[in-house]
Structure formats: structure tokens, C-alpha cells
Design a protein around this ligand. Sequence first.
Ligand code: GDP
Ligand code: ZN
Length: 459
Amino acid sequence: MHEVDTIAAIATALGEGSVAIVRLSGPESIAVVDRIFKSRKRLSEQDTHTLTYGHIVDPQTEEVVDEVLVALMRAPRSYTREDVVEIHCHGGIIAVQRILRLVLRYGARLAEPGEFTKRAFLNGRIDLPQAEAIIDLIRSKTDQAQKLAMRQVEGRLSQEIRELRQKLIELLAHVEVTIDYPEHDVEDVTTHHILVEGEKVVERIEQLLKGAQTGRILREGLRTVILGRPNVGKSSLMNALSRTNRAIVTDIPGTTRDILEEQISLRGIPIHIIDTAGIRETEDIVERIGVERSREALQEADLVLFMIDASRELTWIDKELLQEVRKYPTIVILNKLDLPRKVKTDEILQLTDDAPIIEMSLKEGRGIDALEDEVERLFFAGALEGKEGTYVSNARHISLLEKAKRQLEEALSSARMGLTLDLVAVDLRNAWETLGEVIGQAVGEDLLDQIFSQFCLGK
Ligand code: GDP
Ligand code: ZN
């Protein structure tokens, strides 16, 4: 076992709310606070899970720093499973910072970001997916993302992974028995069993990975590319969407025409919009470049908003781009319908595979609601499949699940080809270990530090 010291940090966001909390965890927590806390009962004599009223007093100057409530949670019934003391102060930022300095002066060490949660993990209070979900929770920007993070806190992914590992253990047991007692001639039965049951595990991993796509969207935003010829109204649409949907982050601030990318929350769905602007409407060669650039922007699109100026005839460039976007979920927008209409719906339908079409006039503010309805509908239609399932929302989980799937498929193909069961066993074991890494079994120190350093201070 390693030495455990006592850590402290401000656990509430500075400047938010009227109560701020200094949190301590570790064997000296109670002793440290007793040195600066004046109340009718010493903390060391107090029961666990109590709130004690008193004052924080600077022992050097005898000055009262703040009137406080002190919460005491003795090990192991605390978040970190160590002695935890929380000083709830009322005096605002100055007071909370002075109190933190006092506890540091009397024996606590400033916690590293995420160190409280790291201790909770190391002491078996939470498992790794839960810890990582807490990171996501702290960072999540919208309600949707928050719900997703919450679900993982509840440990559903961990539960799922444990079940899959259990299945693999059962298969391994079968294989081992067959290897140990070859005279029983059960190899064919075992192989068949592995193929059937192993395939189920592969399918389940695939489902988890499918949900992972939704998870990524919820954290990073639906990558939505606004595409169309120059002057069809792309920038105007970008502005309209940003105006009506409180922008969370503006990546590139500037004048209306300069906004190329923006993070918005559309009915609770985080969306990262990209305007493929900056293309001048002149000679063919320039438009060519425009098509190339749009193609690049398309690469990672989750959704394409394809804009057409309905007051002009379709051009070859409209048609070419429409061909291009067939591969992506697309909403076609016919804009400028306040002007005499030159584009028929049928023409568009011929060029797309049933893409929804929204009629719009940004000038008159018409069609934006319908567009939002459609985005919402598409999003939830896609997300619904995974709604009852478990989401994987983290790049590390995704790559581990992909690895486990490869290892398992390796095992299955060996079994299918009738290779020796020893080989099958090796791959099964590898897959089992890889899944173990998702829930933090057999994780090296390095990885742990990397994960926990993502936390905010005090968490
Ligand atoms: P972009 O080049 O595709 O980004 O197009 P802009 O958003 O810059 O718009 C090009 C021009 O079309 C601007 O003068 C807009 O004011 C105008 N515009 C945009 N939407 C409409 C619309 O619905 N009706 C009309 N009449 N003009 C529009
Ligand atoms: Zn523009």
C-alpha cells in the first residue's frame, strides 16, 4: 500500500452561488480542520455524517474568517472512502480562498485535478467508467449530454461489460475442459458452442459501438455542414440559427459574415454548424475549388443542410453537389421563396433519395421552425435505436471495444477453421482482458493519471 496524504480543494465553482465548499479527504482531514475550527464540540469528537456549526479562526491572528457549517463523513462511508470534511462557508470568494490557505498551512496538500475521484476509484468506491462519466458530467454542456453522462454514472456500461466478460469466461472454461480431457471427443460440440455464443458477444459489442456514435454526438455536437452555391443564403441561415438558439460557444467570433463554425443548442441537441463559405461566385475554376472544399467539409458530416436558391434555376454545381451529398443524411432547403419560384420540388426529388425538403424564406423568417422540427426528428429517429441501451461515450472505451471485437473475431475464425483450441483460448483470453480494461481492471498507473488529470479541481 502507498502512503496516503490529506488533500484539499475548493469543491464549488468559484463565484457561483452563495455557499462555497472547501473539501478535504485523507487521514488528517479531521485534525487539520480542528486546528482552525471553533465550535462547541471538537470535530474529532463528533459523530460521522453530521453538520457542525462554528467559526473558522486563523490561529495566528485569532481573527474570525467566516461563519461555517462543517460536514463530517468518516471513512469508509464517504465519496473517497477516506475521512472527508467539507467546510461550507458563506463569506464568498475571499473567505473560501482564505480557508483553503489555512487548511493547506495546517497540513493538507492542494488536490490535483480529479484527485478526489481518483481516490474514490482507487478505494473501490466507483469503477473506471463511472469515474470517466463523472468527467463527462462535469464537462457536459447541454441537458442531453448530461443525461447520457448520468446514465453511465449509474454504471450501466460497467454492468454490461461484466456480463460480457462472464460469457467469455464460460467459453474459456469450455475450451479448457476440452483441452484437458481430449479423450472425451467433445471438440466439435465445444467449437459449435464457441461459434454460437461468441457470435452473440460480438453482436453485443457491435451494438455498444453503434451507440457510441450517438454518445460522441451528444458530447461534441452533431456535425452539421451547411452546403450550397455562393449567395444561396448559407451565412444568413447560420445567423438565424445562432440567433434563435442560444449559442454555447462561438469558436470564431466576428462579424456576421465571418462566422464559419458555431456551437449551438437546438432543442437540447448540441450542434456544431459549419458554413462552407468564402467561395466567390465568379469563374468556373473558382467554383471548382469551392466544390473541392465542400467535399472536404463533408468528410465528417453527421448531417448536411443543402441550400438552394429557389429563385434561380438549378445549376450544374447544385446538381453536382446534390449527387455528392446522397451519401449523407441530408435536409434540402429551398430558400428565397419570397421571390418568384424557379425550382420545382420534383426536380429535387429526382436528384436525391427522399431527402426531406424544407421551404424557406430567411428574409421573411419563414421555414426555420420547420427545419428545427426536421433536425430534431432525424436526430431522435437515429438515437431511438440506442435509447434503451447502453451508450459508450468515450474514445478510450470505443477503441477498447473495437479491439476486443477484433480479438474475439480472431478466436471465432480460428474455431471455424478448426485450428487447435489452444489458439482459440489465447484470443478469448485477450478479448476478456481488453474488456477488463474498459472497467479499469489491469490498468497501469500512467493511464489512470491521464484519465484523472482531466477533472476539475475539487472533484
Ligand atoms: P451565402 O453566400 O450562401 O452565405 O449567402 P448569404 O447568406 O450571404 O446571402 C446572400 C444574399 O441573399 C444576401 O444578400 C442575403 O440577404 C440574401 N438572402 C438570404 N436569404 C434570403 C431570402 O430568403 N430571400 C431573399 N430575397 N434574399 C435572401
Ligand atoms: Zn456565406
